[in-house]
Structure formats: C-alpha cells, structure tokens
Design a protein around this ligand. Structure first.
Ligand code: PLP
Length: 437
C-alpha cells in the first residue's frame, strides 16, 4: 500500500494483500494446502535454516493466514503477527513463548473467565506462577515483580467491570523493570490501539469482533517490535540463549536480519511447530471477510451500546449500569485516554430483583440471543455467574466483578429501536415475575 498513514478503514481492505500473484484474484484466496513444493534442495535448506522466509508446512505458516496476520498487524501498528486456532491459544502462546517452569507473570485480576482459569489453574501445572493484582493501582504491577517475572498481562476493556486498563502506566513500569506488557484487545479493536500506548504485545480472540459473524474460532498475537529483548537478556533466556530445538539459534540474533520480530518468529517456528495451534485457512478467510467491515461495525456497536446504557440507566427496574459512559473519576479518565471513537459494544447491568429477575429477564428476550459469546453482529445476553464464570469460586467471581444479579449484554448492530423494544419487554417480564412472587 503506498498511502503513508492509512486509516483503519483502509488498512482492513488493503494491507498485506492486493491480488493473488498466481491468478490476479482480488478476494483473498483460501490456500487449502498442507504443504508447499520447494524450488530445489538449496531453497528447502534455506527455508529450514531461516536464511529465507517462505512456506514449508501449514501448521507453521499458510498464505491465507499470512494475509490475516499482515492486516491485523497493520491495524494494531505492529511489526508481525501469528494467527492461531483460538483466542485461548493466543494467550497461552503469548506466555509460553517467554516463560517456563519456575518463572512468573503478573496479571490484572480483571479477566475473561477462560483466561482466569488458564492462569489460576493450568499455567501453575506447567510450573508458571501467575500473580494477580488489582489494576486500580498500576504500582501493584511493580510491587509484584521479581527477577523471574517474564510478562505483565491485562485486557483493554475487561468484562464484567468494563473499566479500561491503565495501559500506558503499566507499560512504563514494564519499560523501567524490563518486563513486556501483553494486552488482550479482543473487546476494543479499532477504538484502542494498545501498542500506540506503550504495550508490547497484543492478543485477540478473532472469534469476536474481528470475525464478527459468529462463524469461526480463532486468535492472533501481534508483536509490537519495540521491546528490547536483548537488553534484558538475563530475564529472557528463551530469546537470548541458544535454542537446542533449532540448531542452537539465538532468537534475538536469528531474527535481526528480518526485523525486530524475535518474539513472534520464535513463537511461530518453535511453539506453533511443537504445540500445533494452527488456524485453518478457511477460518482465516472468514476473519479476513470480517476484518473488512470491522471499523464500520465497531462504530455501530459503540453507538447502539451507548444508547442501551442510557436507556437502562433511566429504567426503574435497573439498579446499576456498567459502561464506560457511566463512569466517573479515574475510570472515566482511563476510558477517555485509551478509547477513541466509541466505548465498545458491551454493557453490564444489575436488576432490582437480583438473580431471579436476571433469569426471568434472559428467558423473556426475543431478539437478543442467550449465548456465551461477545462481539457478534447480533445482540447477545448472558448471566455470567451461572455460565461463563461458573467454574470460578465465589471469591474469584467477586474478584473479577461478577455478582449474582449481573447481566452482560453484547449489543449488536440491529436497529436501535428494535434492541430497546426487546429490552423493554424483558425488563417488564422481570418486574412482573417479581410482583407475582
Ligand atoms: N479473550 C477474551 C476477552 C474473550 O472474551 C475470549 C472468549 O470469550 C477469549 C479471550 C478466548 O477466545 P476464544 O474463545 O477464541 O478461545
């Protein structure tokens, strides 16, 4: 692309691919192939030795996945990306790439329930300790850091609290101590670019807004290319000491001729090779289609969610509305600093009648789907305490901000009048049930 500083609307249509060199096809082709014919033995040797970058086997790279990687990387302002089979895989790889048994990471308590489980229960079985800290005070990250801390981890706009993470503040602490900040930007694509605020790695569940149509599971990691892994060689032996699994390659050195991509190169050629979290080219194609309209859709999601938050705040059955528009003080400052062009498509609220009213409300919805998902073009609703967060203990649920009566909405792009009419009807049903009881 020759445009100097393209806007997101342009990037998602043009970055990394214009037409197929073999056929001229304008739409991204689905390269449904496992393997790639080498030109000759010299080329094959060069590819395996990383002297030349190119296709070897689709577990490690694929041309359709590469288009998705280029576009999401460009959208986030990164230097390279790795597409994987789910958002969970993206998170797992983002940590496993730099931490091993005996190491630790420091994570915000405000996390998606699946990530909480990975961190609280599964990573410790690999010997990786996760220290959870409250992001209300960014200094908590500094206090929890020691010589074995390999990363900070957080979500831009975590639900259910919907309080924006202090990206710049924690990234600055990380710069100070030599610890990279990994940000899950799933809930805020386009409206937040964490790398521009100092984060070092971005992960997404592409399953959500990037895909947008609820058809495919996928994830992606984007390398910002700014973290100086070699400067902190002692903290990052996995990137700075010879890797016996790759002819003793030292990743900071091996990547140098290719650009500041040591982190993502290692993730691709070792973890993706060994653990096999490969994204199918067909799903990559679906995400490329979704990406093309992402900026447009996000605008509508944000607009509708703001209108829903206002409507709920004025409704007598609702005791509390959780949305960045309703916040004050430091939470509002963070939303104003890190989000632009909208405050996202998620809205939380609590009903006067608590848990039972929540159930009646969900059961009365006709337009909203009752599903465990966010970021679909359709409006979605869920009761987290009995579903997405049900595997957490009551104390863990409270720590992540889930109360018994909390309902989460992922507001879609239907006409706002129809969305509000459905909510009104369901709120009436919740109230009527309470009166009958
Ligand atoms: N991150 C966030 C913020 C999510 O909401 C989810 C899923 O809901 C994930 C990560 C995990 O993504 P996936 O379901 O694609 O594995």
């Amino acid at each position: 692309m020759t445009i100097k500083t393209p806007h997101p609307e342009t990037i998602v249509l043009h970055a990394g691919y214009r037409s197929d060199p073999a056929t001229g096809a304008v739409a991204a082709p689905i390269y449904q192939t496992t393997s790639y014919q080498f030109a000759n033995t010299q080329q094959a040797e060069n590819l395996f030795a990383l002297k030349e970058l190119g296709n070897i086997y689709s577990r490690i790279m694929n041309p359709t996945c590469a288009i998705l990687e280029e576009r999401v990387s460009a959208l986030e302002g990164g230097v390279a990306a790795l597409a994987v089979s789910s958002g969970q895989a993206a998170t797992a790889i983002s940590i496993q790439n730099i931490a091993r048994a005996g190491d630790n990471i420091v994570s915000s308590t405000d996390l998606y329930g699946g990530t909480w489980n990975l961190f609280a229960n599964t990573l410790p079985t690999f010997g990786i300790e996760v220290r959870f800290v409250d992001p209300a005070d960014p200094e908590n990250f500094r206090r929890a850091t020691d010589g074995r801390t390999r990363a900070y981890y957080a979500e831009t706009l975590p639900n259910p609290k919907l309080q924006v993470f202090p990206i710049g503040e924690v990234a600055a602490i990380g710069e100070d101590l030599g610890v990279p900040l990994i940000v899950d930007n799933t809930a805020a694509p386009v409206i937040c670019r964490p790398l521009a605020h100092g984060a070092h790695i971005v992960v997404h569940s592409t399953t959500k807004y990037i895909g947008g149509h609820g058809t495919s599971i996928g994830g992606i990691l984007v390398d910002g290319g700014k973290f100086d892994w070699a400067k902190h060689a002692e903290r990052f032996p996995l990137l700075n000491q010879p890797d016996p699994s790759y002819h003793g390659a030292v990743w900071t050195e091996a990547a140098a001729p290719l650009g500041p991509i040591a982190y993502i190169l290692k993730a691709r050629v070792t973890l993706q090779r060994d653990l096999g979290y490969a994204l199918s080219p067909f799903n990559a194609f679906q995400f490329i289609q979704g990406l093309e309209t992402l900026p447009l859709r996000i605008r509508e999601h944000c607009r509708n969610a703001s209108a829903v938050a206002k409507f709920l705040a004025e409704h007598p059955e609702v005791t509390k509305v959780i949305h960045p528009n309703r916040q004050t003080g430091e939470a509002k400052r963070r939303a104003d600093t890190y989000l632009s062009g909208g405050n996202g498509g998620l809205v939380g609220f609590e009903l006067k009648g608590g848990k039972e009213a929540g159930r009646r409300f969900i059961d009365a919805l006709q337009l909203f789907y009752h599903v465990a998902n966010i970021g679909d073009v359709r409006s979605l609703a869920i009761h987290p305490a009995s579903t997405t967060h049900s595997q957490l203990s009551p104390a863990e649920q409270l720590a992540t901000g889930v109360s018994d009566g909390y309902v989460r909405l992922s507001v879609g792009i239907e006409h706002i009048d129809d969305i509000l009419a459905d909510l009104e009807r369901a709120l009436d049903a919740a109230a009527a049930g309470a009166k009958a009881a």
